[in-house]
Design a protein around this ligand. Structure first.
Ligand SMILES: [Zn+2]
Ligand SMILES: [Zn+2]
Length: 230
């Protein structure tokens, strides 16, 4: 039996006092990497990337909150790569990054200018891999997630967590939109393994079984049922 290399690999680096899951994903054919949600604490991430022999190709942003995007401007200056995301409805959050950083006591949080706003149905590329962009408003109006269908893997930011969902009590947050995003846009993708914005990894199957906010027992079976791996 031959062992085939998966098309992507990843490592997770919790950053800022909010322990946000900055996620480095890379194309294993080209060793080109995307840094998703560089909230801050960039030095150890860039060292790890170098140690693994990866080249940074993209910066991807799920939404405009400071703990996810506060290091994007500096990272762009240090790597010279472009920033993709979030959706333009998060512009007001991006403008707010410095003051939100101050409120959380995090130094050097900066606003940034994206090179490409993303919208539902867009694709982004990394090395030889192609990822789907899904607009998932609710936690913020311009929140997007990055989904690699061939691997059934997604980075979902603050949309969904293991056992919880994103807060919707911020300006322009909307609980009904968030529930709709999760049950109508994420669940139909099948049993996807995901990295959330905070906390441990999980899968859509696990969350449909037991999540107290969006589990099937709570919201009903609103998407085709999916048989997980066990
Ligand atoms: Zn957030
Ligand atoms: Zn967050």
């Amino acid at each position: 039996m031959t062992q085939t290399e998966p098309p992507i690999r990843l490592f997770i680096a919790p950053v800022t006092p909010l322990q946000q899951n900055c996620t480095v994903v890379w194309c294993t054919k080209t060793n080109k990497a995307a840094i998703i949600d560089p909230g801050g604490d960039l030095d150890p991430i860039l060292e790890e990337i170098k140690a693994r022999g990866l080249t940074v190709e993209k910066i991807w942003i799920t939404h405009g909150h400071a703990d996810h995007a506060g290091g994007a401007a500096e990272l762009k200056e240090r790597t010279g790569v472009s920033i993709e995301g979030p959706h333009e409805d998060d512009q007001f959050w991006i403008d707010n990054i410095p003051s939100m950083g101050q409120r959380y006591g995090i130094a050097n949080m900066r606003s940034f200018t994206t090179d490409r706003w993303l919208k539902d149905g867009d694709t982004v590329t990394l090395g030889e891999t192609t990822w789907d962009v899904i607009h998932c408003p609710g936690h913020t109006p311009g929140h997007v997630i990055f989904y690699h269908a061939p691997s059934q893997f997604a980075q979902v930011g603050d949309v969904l967590f293991a056992g919880s969902i994103g807060r919707t009590d911020f300006p322009r947050g909307n609980h009904a939109d968030l529930i709709h995003s999760i049950t109508q846009k994420l669940w139909p993708l099948g049993d996807v393994r995901f990295v959330p914005g905070h906390g441990p990894m999980s899968s859509f199957h696990q969350e449909r079984l037991g999540n107290p906010f969006v589990g099937d027992r709570v919201v009903g079976k609103t998407a085709p049922n999916v048989q997980g791996p066990g």
